[in-house]
Write a protein that binds this ligand. Structure first.
Ligand code: GTR
Length: 327
């Protein structure tokens, strides 16, 4: 009896001295990722691929739970929560992140990239890598980029074939100062609003139009209430996955690196999903009655953006030059 008691006491002392990690091993590290779009949307599919890679490579030790469909809130509020560590990570457009990290505006300037291939050369090259690595002082860990096509105007009032036809239209924009400036430079009236509120704002006439890519125009059903779509391709705004410096900062350097690499390795999968879904979206909105105006020569549209470029800080103007120089 006495021996048994001594044994228990010894075991308790050993247990108390064992590092906490040994016990934690049995319990996986669970990280929450916030996503605006529905479950079948290509960014969400990219999130799942990222989560799959992390789980596989960590032998199940790290698990990412994807909260799609804005379950954790609208983008701006989610970014704030990531910044103070209440949400571990999120996939968002860089537009609203630029309110927290102004230099990101350089990556969403109008008519900046020659095409999709140019943008990806920038994002996957030194400029993109450097940018991801520079988010830490703002409370974020930059993980990776996703494709989001080009953004275009659509409205419920009239077909748009020239920029002056946008004059006076109330256009919803993301919560982004740059996007407000862009819409104003076209002579329209910008109205910042959360993504989830746009359908009813279009339906009730609170706004006349909005701007987005084909997949968002389709998946939100905005084409039902704003059928004039103008393929002016004014911006190409990459999506970004950001982690919370507070919450990911608690992980070991090796685990952080594993997560970063998995996010980068999910990019090509997401881009392939994007291409498929973009085509489906184009077909569906056309079949659903959307009227498309195709803009051939965009010189006139581009010229109107000169003042917006000139207004940017030196840091952004330098970035723009570097981006343009990537061949
Ligand atoms: C989409 C983007 C979303 C959100 C939305 C918006 O293209 O994927 O993350 O930013 O646009 O306009 O609010």
């Amino acid at each position: 009896m006495k021996k048994a008691r001594i044994l228990i006491a010894v075991l308790l002392v050993i247990a108390a001295l064992m590092p906490a990690q040994l016990f934690a091993q049995a319990k996986p590290i669970v990280l929450r990722l916030a996503e605006t779009h529905p479950q079948d949307y290509p960014t969400t599919k990219g999130d799942y691929e990222f989560a799959r890679l992390v789980k596989e490579r960590s032998g199940g030790r790290i698990q990412i739970e994807v909260y799609y469909g804005s379950q954790l809130g609208q983008e701006k509020a989610v970014i704030e929560q990531v910044q103070f560590g209440a949400i571990d990570m999120t996939r968002v457009s860089i537009s609203p992140v630029a309110s927290f990290v102004p230099k990101l505006n350089a990556f969403q300037m109008p008519y900046l990239y020659r095409d999709e291939a140019h943008m990806w050369k920038v994002l996957k090259g030194d400029i993109g890598k450097g940018l991801l690595a520079s988010l830490e002082p703002f409370g974020f860990i930059g993980l990776g980029w996703f494709e989001a096509g080009s953004r275009n105007f659509y409205n419920s009032k009239r077909p748009i074939t020239k920029p002056e036809e946008l004059k006076g239209l109330k256009i919803r924009v993301q919560e982004s100062e740059l996007m407000m400036g862009l819409v104003s430079a076209f002579g329209a009236v910008p109205t910042p609003m959360a993504y989830g509120e746009v359908y009813s704002a279009l339906q009730t006439g609170v706004v006349d139009g909005a701007e987005n890519n084909w997949p968002s125009y389709f998946s939100t059903s905005h084409y039902e209430v704003a059928k004039y779509f103008c393929l002016d391709e004014h911006t190409r705004v990459p999506e970004i996955i950001i982690g919370s410096k507070i919450s990911l900062g608690r992980l070991s350097k090796a685990d952080q690196d594993l997560i970063k690499q998995a996010a980068l390795d999910a990019i090509d999968y997401q881009r392939a999903e994007w291409a498929k879904y973009e085509q489906i979206s184009i077909d569906k909105v056309k079949a659903g009655g959307a009227q498309i105006s195709y803009i051939g020569d965009k010189t006139e549209w581009q010229k109107l953006m000169d003042p917006l470029y000139k207004k940017q800080s030196k840091e952004i103007q330098d970035f723009v030059k570097q981006i343009q120089a990537v061949k």
